[in-house]
Design a protein around this ligand. Structure first.
Ligand SMILES: Cc1ncc(C[n+]2csc(CCOP(=O)(O)OP(=O)(O)O)c2C)c(N)n1
Length: 623
């Protein structure tokens, strides 16, 4: 690593020549590939942004300018260039370097991010604050073509040229034609048109030059020339939407050409007003397998560099169970539709999309739209299943409340994946809140499977219910080695809990797979307690609870959700409301703080949720 070893901070870059920066880019790529091959991570997007990160840090002054990465999964080169090369081997590890920009980790990470499409709004806010302080910093937001499809990003564009907010800032649109899967929608089609028509900028430059050389006759020439420019331009090229939004548009330019990018950035980042630079990059650039299959290498676990193959043996996950089950359901029920917000692979819907192309919608990174769109489908007589990760569904709380539940008579199904601790992606991605935000909404059924049989039975049941249903399941493998068919999973009675152990010292009410862990601990350690897989978090099975709770002095709840407003709190309310006074209660769940990244079991230890800690906490409580 000839050049990389001398880069302690971005200012060290400025000592290098372009040819040397090109070698540095190779060294950074090598580091990214080696580290992600061991630790897993967001490989393809980060490989696509190596030259961009170098060019930006070369031009910007990191001590006074601001560089904001949207989502942040593409920012590995940025991390390496900003003093973290030495620690980069700890990427995504417990107590290691975060997989996303993190404000607490480095002053060069302007915001902690992980959820998409925030960069333009953040940049505008920063720019406005800068203007009010009469400072001169350059502010750059880097956003992908996928992230640009979200309403939040478009709201950013809409406000950038607003009279009150019109300000100097730059959006760099990193266009690789991919979201995680190929990008979708009109914006992506439009960007393709723009790329197919690169005449625009050449033409504009020539025209500007010609006008500059005209004899000056004051303001009028300027105004007339601008008008001529506009009208001729509209004849020869597609309208530049970004200019209609008040941005100056530059591009498309090659996002792997350091020379071109450095020259352009150097020239225009101080231009007044909002600017958008459209760069073209290749996702996965420099690693053959990732270039060939950028979706697969978007984010993955440890892999073998030579073959590109994953190191871990494929096991069956809850996501796989979901994917197969809704295919099985859709075969029987033509009303079943599936919706993903840009994550067909991650949510297990790829096969469904191939089998039922007309009943599948990838709506881009638009979790809020996805829910409201599903409400429309449901009102039109369909049974839509919206598959979204718990953390991203946070974007849709109002849509679930207002567009679904409040309607009273439309019944979509929410398939909430990655509920609970997700591991190496860390606090931006842990699904710690969904029970809380769903419990507060009336008229919705919330289920949580403890295993694959529960899971299949729950989807089967949800497809028949005239109520909106949410089924939350973790990023985890199932214990068994096959996905149950619809017939193998016994029909589930609405509200029916499952009693896993019986005993007299305590009633332990559990949500999701932790029920099986708790039952195992209880039986292995010979603790006399009743362990219940509650299955239905809402509505509670009042009859069952009214019979069971009075039998015990001690009640324990266990859930992989924040304890604030979660299942435990819901049970506490139930106990109070029914005047079961004098009970001792222990609520086990996720504490009221942000939870770090790491292997799931390591992360569990940080809040005493691993098996040893559960045993200790239960036995202490029973003493
Ligand atoms: C709100 C939200 N939804 C979904 C995701 C998952 N996600 C991470 S990156 C990504 C695709 C982003 O595409 P793009 O902006 O084009 O960047 P690229 O990976 O192609 O560089 C998605 C859907 C997310 N991070 N945030």
């Amino acid at each position: 690593m000839k050049y990389l070893q001398n880069i302690q901070s971005p200012s060290d870059l400025k000592k290098l020549k372009i040819e040397e920066l090109e070698i540095l880019a190779d060294e950074i790529r090598q580091m990214i590939i080696e580290t992600t091959s061991k630790n897993g991570g967001h490989l393809a997007a980060s490989l696509g942004c190596v030259e961009l990160a170098i060019a930006l840090h070369y031009v910007l002054n990191a001590n006074e300018d601001y560089l904001i990465w949207d989502v942040g999964h593409q920012a590995y080169a940025h991390k390496i260039l900003t003093g973290r090369a030495g620690n980069f081997h700890t990427l995504r590890k417990f107590k290691g370097i975060s997989g996303f920009p993190n404000r607490q980790e480095s002053k060069y990470d302007i915001f902690t991010v992980g959820h998409s499409s925030t960069s333009i709004a953040l940049a505008l806010g920063l720019a406005k604050a800068r203007d009010l302080q009469n400072k001169n910093s350059r502010i750059v937001a880097v956003i992908g073509d996928g992230a640009l499809t979200s309403g939040l990003a478009l709201e950013g564009l809409n406000n950038a040229a607003n009279i009150k907010t019109k300000t100097r800032m730059t959006v760099i649109l990193n266009d690789n034609e991919m979201s995680i899967a190929p990008n979708v929608g009109a914006i992506s089609q439009y960007l393709n048109k723009l790329i197919a028509n690169p005449r625009y900028n050449k033409y504009k430059e020539q025209l500007e030059e010609a006008l500059y050389n005209l004899p000056r006759i004051g303001k009028i020439t300027k105004i007339i020339s601008k008008k001529i420019q506009e009208s001729i331009k509209n004849l020869v090229v597609p309208k530049i939407i970004f200019e209609e939004f008040g941005f100056r548009y530059f591009g498309p330019i090659d996002g792997h050409n350091l020379n071109d990018m450095i020259n352009l950035f150097d020239k225009i980042l101080y231009y007044s007003g909002p600017k958008l630079i459209h760069i073209r990059t290749t996702k996965g650039k420099g690693y053959k397998y990732a270039e060939e299959n950028p979706s697969y290498y978007h984010g993955l676990g440890p892999f073998d560099i030579d073959t590109g193959k994953l190191k871990s043996n494929a096991k069956i996950s809850f996501t796989d169970v979901f994917g197969q089950t809704i295919i099985n359901l859709a075969e029987r029920n033509p009303k079943i539709f599936a919706i993903t917000a840009a994550m067909p692979d991650g949510t297990g819907l790829t096969e469904f999309s191939q089998k039922f192309p007309d009943r599948f919608f990838d709506v881009g990174i638009t979790e809020d739209f996805a829910v409201t769109f599903a409400a429309g489908l449901a009102a039109g007589g369909k049974k839509p299943i919206i598959a979204i990760y718990s953390t991203f569904l946070q974007r849709s709380i109002d849509q679930i409340y207002h567009d679904v539940a409040l309607q009273r008579d439309i019944y979509p199904i929410f398939a909430i994946d990655r509920a609970g601790i997700v591991g190496a992606d860390g606090p931006t991605h842990h699904g710690t809140l969904d029970l809380t935000y769903l419990l507060m909404i009336p008229n919705i059924v919330i289920m949580a499977p403890a295993d694959e049989y529960d899971m299949v039975a729950m989807f089967k049941l949800a497809a028949t219910l005239d109520m909106p249903c949410a089924i939350r399941y973790p990023r985890a493998n199932i214990e068994g080695n096959k996905i149950p068919t619809l017939d193998e999973a016994q029909d589930l009675e609405f509200g029916a809990p499952q009693i896993l152990n019986t005993g007299d010292k305590a009633l332990i009410l559990c949500v999701g797979p932790v029920a099986r862990r708790a039952a195992k601990i209880i039986s292995e350690k010979n603790i006399s307690a009743t362990v219940v897989n509650i299955r239905f978090v809402k509505p509670l099975n009042e009859q069952f609870l009214k019979t069971e709770i009075p039998k015990y002095d001690k009640i324990i709840t266990i859930e992989e959700n924040t304890i604030i407003g979660g299942f435990g709190a819901y049970i506490n309310n139930f106990i109070n409301a029914n005047k079961f006074f004098g009970k001792q209660i222990l609520n086990i769940g996720i504490p009221d703080r942000f939870i770090d990244a790491g292997e799931i079991n390591e992360v569990y230890t940080t809040f005493e949720f691993d098996n040893d800690a559960l045993f200790r906490r239960i036995t202490d409580f029973l003493k």
